[in-house]
Design a protein around this ligand. Sequence first.
Ligand code: DDK
Ligand code: ZN
Length: 444
Amino acid sequence: MLHTCQLITKQKNKYDRDQLLQSKRNMKSLLIVDLIIITFVLSSARRFDSAKVFRVKPQNEKQVNFMRNLATVIQPIDFWYPDSALQIVNQMEVDFLVSADQTENVEALLKDNNIHYEILFQNLQEDIDKQLDNKRNSTCKHSYTKYNNWPQIYSWITRIARKNPELVSRIKIGNTFENRPIYLLKIGKQRDAKKAIFVDCGIHAREWISPAFCQWFVKEAIRTYGKDSSMKNILDNMNFYIVPLVNIDGYVWSWTQDRFWRKNRSNASSNACVGVDLNRNFDVLWGTVDASKNPCEEVYCGSSPESEPETKAVTTFIHSHLSSIKAYLTIHSYSQMVLFPYGYTYDKVPNYNTLNGLAKGAAKAIASLYGKKYKYGASASTIYPSSGCSDDWAYEQGIKYSFTFELRDKGKYGFLLPESEIKETCQEIMLAVKFLANYILNQT
Ligand code: DDK
Ligand code: ZN
């Protein structure tokens, strides 16, 4: 069903009109390539029948070590939270995926070591199939309350810019490793507003709610511009730079081959393992704390800072607009948090009190709608330490308001957040973004 849908969208997109002949030609050949790849992989997407997701909360250092070692004893284990065994600490809820043939081993090992565990997913494939649960709109059309694949997002980007020239323009900021065009949507009434907020979505492929939020944000900004005086005030006085999907290659891979793919798809290293964690590839204390130099790890930081074209696209754009960009927001999932620098050290940033107050205000705005509780605080102490991350990098460029959002949920569905929760999640985060935008506007 899903795959038939993808094929139809791809064929349709192939004929989608594009203003630029050159990019039309590129895209067309790209879509044909995609089509061939999709057809080829129809039957080869990784399946997760009877795979399980476990949750363990280590009670002491011995159990921490046991958990860190587990990944070397049992393979494959895919850590969902934290993203790598390296980041496990005492009392942290650790969620990890175990393939069907290893679940018995893992349960036996946990029991032998008296480690308490919960099973979050009994048969992961069933939940993967259930994620696309928006029945009301089961056609292949783009929808804000569905997860859209890349061809759908691509034509949406083109269309929304074409239909709203007064408020929206489309800028290409680079190409991915597999040569897909990375687009940015500039939103705002003034061509050169003095202030701007940069927002990126989809740095990590499997976090599907993230690009869904960027699409929602653009739509809501346009829809409410004429109706809501606060949105009008924001868009009359500042610009938003929205990148709806940074890691396009990884996202395509997560739709077609492996639902839980996190990294990009570069294989520049001579190693057999593919992909760099883009949120470890930024040039800030690169490759130091809790990032890996091993290409086979989920948190592989790449061969050098900004080695990846997706990272480069983001940093190049931000660099050339530094005088106006006052805030940097990056959207991830899951765990419900509002985070700010630093991630690479427990030291406090100079404007810690301001950022903490803003994160608290953002969390409060989120909770005001549906009561969802988001934790807030500095990355290193609130989630886990990490280096080479985009928020720390933006902060060090002088963007003093830099935040990472971890959207819903807290592990019930994890990356498989049902489509029926897209609307509420986006609405609550929208309030947080508007709260931050108003603060930035009122700053002289
Ligand atoms: O990249 C990560 O591991 C998560 C998002 Se899934 C964010 C880590 C903390 C924010 C960066 N300092
Ligand atoms: Zn992420």
